[in-house]
Design a protein around this ligand. Sequence first.
Ligand SMILES: [Zn+2]
Length: 157
Amino acid sequence: MEANHRELNITTIKDVLRQYLMDKGFRNTPERYTILEEIYSMEHHFNVDDLYLLMMQKKYHVSKATIYNTIEIFLDAGLIRKHQFGEKTLTSSSYEKSYFDKQHDHLVIYKKGSDKEIEEIIEFCDPRIQGIKDAIESTFGVDIASHSLYFYGTKKN
Ligand SMILES: [Zn+2]
């Protein structure tokens, strides 16, 4: 069951990508689907270097420029989301697959005494956040499409 479900998911996201590329008039290159499949087989957040390394290990020859370009396409297509976990440079932004995900937020834990070196990233889902969203929507008469919430800290002794 699990395997079938996974295959169905991959078919779905490939269709989303195919439709997006067609709508935008972008080239329908096979490497984009390979990268997409790699991303959707990952369970964790990743950055461009992680993805590049993974592709190299699997003997897929794609340039970093292609990966950056493809990441931008996936972001715009709503297939992945981008995170700022507090890294200093733009090139170390983190990403994660997002198409089937339930909304969740992130707790970024830095190593004590380090200069923003990440020890762990914990995902959490707190229903009270939905409550805040509902309240804001009705107070201001808006439809909220997305939100972004990060907690940054260190472990207690
Ligand atoms: Zn996450």
